[in-house]
Design a protein around this ligand. Sequence first.
Ligand code: PLP
Length: 960
Amino acid sequence: MTRVPSLTELENKQEFLARHIGPDAEQQQQMLSAIGAESLEDMTQKIVPESILLKQGLNVADSRTEVEALAHLRSLADQNQVLKTYIGMGYSNTHVPSVILRNVLENPGWYTAYTPYQPEIAQGRLEAILNFQQLTIDLTGLDLASSSLLDEATAGAEAMGLAKRVSKNKKSNLFFVSDGVHPQTIDVVKTRAVGFGLEVIVGPASDAVNHDVFGAMLSYPASNGQVDDIEQLIADLQAKKAVVTVAADLMSLTVLKSPGEMGADVVFGNSQRFGVPMGFGGPHAAFFATRDKHKRSMPGRIIGVSKDTRGKPALRMAMQTREQHIRREKANSNICTAQVLLANMASFYAVYHGPKGLKNIATRINRLTTILATGLQAKGAELANDTWFDTITLNVGEDKDAILANGVEAGVNFRRDLAGQIGIALDETTTREDVAQLFDIILGTDHGLDVATLDSEVAGFSYADNLERTSEYLTHEVFNSYHSETEMMRYIRRLEGKDLALNHSMISLGSCTMKLNAASEMLPVSWNEFSNMHPFCPQDQAKGYVAMIEELEAWLVNITGYDAICTQPNSGAQGEYAGLLAIQKYHESRGDAHRNVCLIPSSAHGTNPASAQMIGMKVVVTACDSEGNVDMDDLRAKAEELSDSLSCIMITYPSTHGVYEETIGEICDIIHQHGGQVYLDGANMNAQVGLTSPGSIGADVSHLNLHKTFAIPHGGGGPGMGPIGVKAHLAPFVANHSVIDLKGPESGNGAVSAAQYGSASILPISYMYIAMLGNEGLRQSTQMAILNANYLKARLSEHFPILYTGRGGYVAHECIVDLRPLKESSGVTEMDVAKRLNDYGFHAPTMSFPVAGTLMIEPTESESKVEIDRLADALIAIRAEIAKVESGEWNETDNPLHNAPHTMDDIMDPTWNRAYDRELAVFPTQEVRNNKFWPTVNRIDDVYGDRNLHCSCVPTEDYV
Ligand SMILES: *Cc1c(COP(=O)(O)O)cnc(C)c1O
């Protein structure tokens, strides 16, 4: 008889690793021989410079199985107490419609997609985001909206930035902020003002006109609930050339006259309460709207309508020339990853409820608030606000602690940061029973009030008559068609079907690390204990959250070689900003405030210079040599020349060219010798984890894109998380928070995000990722990412020149295919190749970054050999197609590359008379025929779209 294996032998603690990594052991061997290495260790020795290789393994945790990791995280989640929140302050309870929860938030077709840079295969989410813009435009009463910003507080900071750019009061550096704005927004605005060299005055709104300001920020309703008519104030401020920005609540705008109708220049806020869970602070999408005349000054992305080559309406990102990847330090903002998934959810919420449904929800919230306020007042309670939409603030003086304690006892949280006051904010989840309970908590049980009686007695309005909304909104068909669940489910599915996400095929975007977002990593995001907590609840109720975050931080400390992690920045670019801010504060603390030069190699990602500019740093670009490496002579010369004013360098490692530069240690030394700090952009951390680390290399601070390296999905353009790691000397200078004081950083350090832990509810994803892979699995994932990239390079290098390689002719975790020679010989562009890949069922790799005319491919460890071979085969087949253009068999325009991508409209066209047949157009291989992805529009005309800017929903007739 064969021996029965022991239990220990049968228990495979590394089982998740095999699920996470694409190639199995046998395929790994085949791939290793293809690149001339014997083993993963041998490959590592050959590729990673000896000088930076870690001498010891990671010390995070032993790997856990999926079941074990979920059970462990569940034990942490159980330490959270989810009380009913009435805290308000920009975060509300909401009913996430189940049809949206299941079909969008929990659906890889939506959450694994990338930013819609390839619009022909992204028309679904582009339509959903366009709906978000329309929703914003309609409710704010303004002309133009952007697709989404990171949170309400940073949107406020962007509003200040826009005001500065467009204000006619050029001399003033003063910005007025009403004390009715939420405190975390004031905090972030103040932080941002320092970098811009602006001064912020905070005071009662009516005081704004007494200052010579370039702009002002009002709140409507105010943070304490007050709803004031701000029309005259806006006019008075504008008469003094101030740009007026207004923080607003989207739900209230369904019943209140819009700030746009009252003359506001900018309106912004949080869309969270439109069906997106609070998530202990995020992620949710901020909205931002302004007047048409300011469109070129808008921060963030704008989706616009253009047309395709057949003249059909088609959507794409508009006016990208305002953005960081083109304008670099002159960009309007550094926003890259934003909150697309959550903007989509909010827009679907509006589509599902429609204008009548929303108005009903808002009116009910307002009615309950009025009943609550009236009842309390009848029993002698004193209100701080005499008008309201959904929030009242009570003057409770000495009774405050007792009421708060009674609340917690009854399972209820109130707003508690105001001296002698408590705040109560209602929302769509509030019931009659809840209001009755609030009476009990605040008045004691023998108050004799009855909600039904009050409902029959209490008169209508809680704000001035003239503030009642009379204008229409959401009249477009899309908001009036899908109100049954069947219709809604199908609308979501119809849009999903237009988009290529990771559930169809690999997305090999270099620098973006589109790896597996495992289902077990995603499950906890929807758990009640993570999704339904208010960020400003008493923190002793969030013990599980804090324990999870602290453990994750400790792991990231070990992985990065830094001493501390700050989890507040909610995107990579936001991390850059936060890291540079810490550097600047550090310099100041040493009397070196004059150090303000930031060296940035020419190959850097656009967010680097844009972030440096936001701190008020002067960007000096350093050259790269012909190998793509930092030109050491130029760097030395500039560091020498600028020694006295040098603040830091921002450098990416492995370089944006995808190679391990051998000189990285020397670069750190040179900068340090001149008193500067090293910011290492961590976007390429997937080539470091377990093999080397920014801390051990000698850098001082880095951001991590948890949505690249640590498995958070890209959500079609966000959410993301960009925590920063810092060496001990920078730790006191990272962001803190004015509402929740964090331990670690110095109190009083300004915030960079609205919530103290950024988008906390997606941190469980990275937590699960690390917990399941463990020390060995993390290291092996990095090695597999390198093997996959080098295998792909080996397969492609016979057909295309590969730009930039490191020692031994190897690349790190990505490789750049140079298409410029082919453009010379055939006229076929990188764009043609990218779009032709769509016909083969693939998303294009990163185009023209960091080098124009190239494609940068990053397969990640999660793609199997089969899938990588499929991509290689497609690119090789495309090379053969290019050869036919080179030889003249096809002319420059009548070929499948120039006309890609191909649609059903193409092959159904009775006038088809092209030099190639329909089959080659849409079914270039048998594989494609078996699993066809259909682009829904032909190639889109960007120039037309920017010239004829249209950023709201397309009338349905236009599609006919
Ligand atoms: C993705 C990326 C960033 C920006 O990160 P976001 O999360 O998109 O803001 C910065 N630098 C590099 C090299 C990147 O690839």
